[in-house]
Design a protein around this ligand. Sequence first.
Ligand code: ADP
Ligand code: MG
Length: 714
Amino acid sequence: MNLITFDSERSMFTNSRDILQTPIEYLKGVGPLKGDLLRKELGIHTFGDMLQYYPFRYMDRSSFTKIKDIPEGGATVQLIGKITYLEMAGSQKGRRLVGTFKDGTGSMDLVWFQGISGVERAIEQGGNFLVYGKASRFNGYWTITHPEMDAIENIELDNFPSFQPVYSSTEKLRLKWLAGRAYVKLVQQLFLAIRAKEIIEMLPDVLLRKFNLCDRYFALKNIHFPESDESLQRAIYRLKFEELFLHQIGICKLKLNHQKVKGFVFGKVGDHFNTFYSLHLPFELTGDQKKVLKEIRHNTQTGTQMNRLLQGDVGSGKTIVALLCMLLAIDNGFQACLMAPTEILASQHDAGIRELLTEMNIEVGFLTGKTKAKERKRILQQLQNGEMKIVIGTHALIEDKVIFQNLGLCIIDEQHRFGVAQRAKLWDKNILPPHILVMTATPIPRTLAMTSYGDLEVSVIKELPPGRKPITTVHRTESYRAKVMDFIRHEIQLGRQIYIVYPLIAESEKLDYENLYAGYEQVKQFFPEHTYQIAMVHGKQTQEERENNMLSFVKGKAHILVATTVIEVGVNVPNASVMVIESAERFGLSQMHQLRGRVGRGADKSYCILITGPKLSVIGKERIKTMVTETSGFAISEKDLELRGPGEIDGVRQSGAADLKIADIIHDVELMATTRQAAVDLLQADPNLETAAHVNLKNYLMGRKEKEIWSRIS
Ligand code: ADP
Ligand code: MG
């Protein structure tokens, strides 16, 4: 996660007696063995960690039922009674412990598959039990599997809250009796061990009042053991606010720091840029391209380092912007590199940029993991002695062996596959960090941009190059396939080319390949070989085979290209006018959008046809509908985020947005905006958190930093 650096007054903030830093094994009832489990299974190292391990729901333990009153359909119930008989049933895999439980109104079974010896021990002592769990009919008999059980005599009434927290746990903890009530008891113990005044309020009073937030102790107490629903809601709101606010403070601070990081000055526009611009630019730049160039130009001459995200939909023309920026770097005496996440993308950039630079006398290097030793040696040498001005490649560019004479600009394409750590690594390569321009075609939704890319300045290309006609997107079920083929035949007669894409997903790879081959045969039946040429590309072909097949399509020989998503990025065949996506319900939204971006690159009217089975899930329907109605990549990725949830979006995990414990970037958008503003205001008034009102906040942030370092070392 983003670290925060405050440069002064460190010692003041490490409070050695901070009880929340106490290792978890010192909590009564934990000890070294259980402590180890809590660390490994839940990441709970300290009292503070346990405090911030929030429940995900609550059980209502305030009402009781009798066995005879359990509603016929089954229900979650709380009963009091005795276990009258205990036996092992089943064999091997199905081995289970079955207890007969009676409460005077009826009898039922309690069943355990795991942790059996623990249950036996507990039950040996006899007496009445409080049993809680989901009762359902099994062979006509009421049964609760793995109930929560407490011996009545152990329950001190005020230590048995009626609203009980439920924490997510692991199999191992369940086996070791550290889940459910047992864990809850530890949290109760924790609240006995810490006093209210030891929970330091880090939010300034002004904020508490302005946003009507409850204090921190109240919030933590109530998130675990709510006094009432109202208190719970207040606690949740406060903790969400706190989480988002601290996150935003971190981001804003990072941004402020970045703004202070010294950078190279690209003071002039020189010969390379001007010659290319006036003589070799193949088209007039769009307004947005010019705007972005201005932003970058401005950003690189202020003496601070640029950290900029360039968002632009597929086909919006980011490459030319990248090239012009590299020329700007060269004009100012620096080297520039362009880094792409895959070999294919890197080589396409390489080919494209070499072509654009044909008439210019500029040496371009191409460095990937596959570069031959001799060539690699030459490139490394020329990068080090400064002869080579532009290098294009993959991660290979950030290996330690690569030393630049003076790298002034690094452009990273398709950021979502490059982690923050890799970005940082580039910085080591120089006295000053190079300017960084991150380009992404996966438009990052506003909310995400705010949480995870808040430390970057953002440039956006919204306008597409002129002459692009919107792509008509339609949805057809499989029963319409013959009609779709008729349509395709018509397009081919008009001289156009067609993509037909099949899903290929790692988990179902074998089946997917079968479908792909079957699809290929089917297409051949519609388009007999003596009249039509059909090429196929997929990941199992040798590179040569794949390239040959691809080439026959690129050159216009093949009418139809049957493919998997290997064609997702980069391929440019302006004559292709139809993209057919088979089993479209199995594709993600962003993926379909990328695929659709393969057509509509020429002057012809283009189509995207989504073929699905007859029945779609609710989300499946929503996805297809989104594709049909939305054309903007931004709108689509917002929708994607909404339908999939943040954790599943590419690269979000590594970007840290999913680190939030309680707030949620989809539902708490408004609060996110609120806290961002609050953070901006606070830092504007007190950039280094030096006033008395912000001492606790600063302490808290510093404490977190210490912990991060500590956990990395250990
Ligand atoms: P992306 O943003 O997806 O990387 P590219 O840079 O590959 O897009 O550009 C897509 C296509 O549009 C390329 O063929 C490029 O030559 C063309 N292009 C880019 N800018 C313009 C422009 N201003 N006018 C016309 N065509 C352009
Ligand atoms: Mg591109």
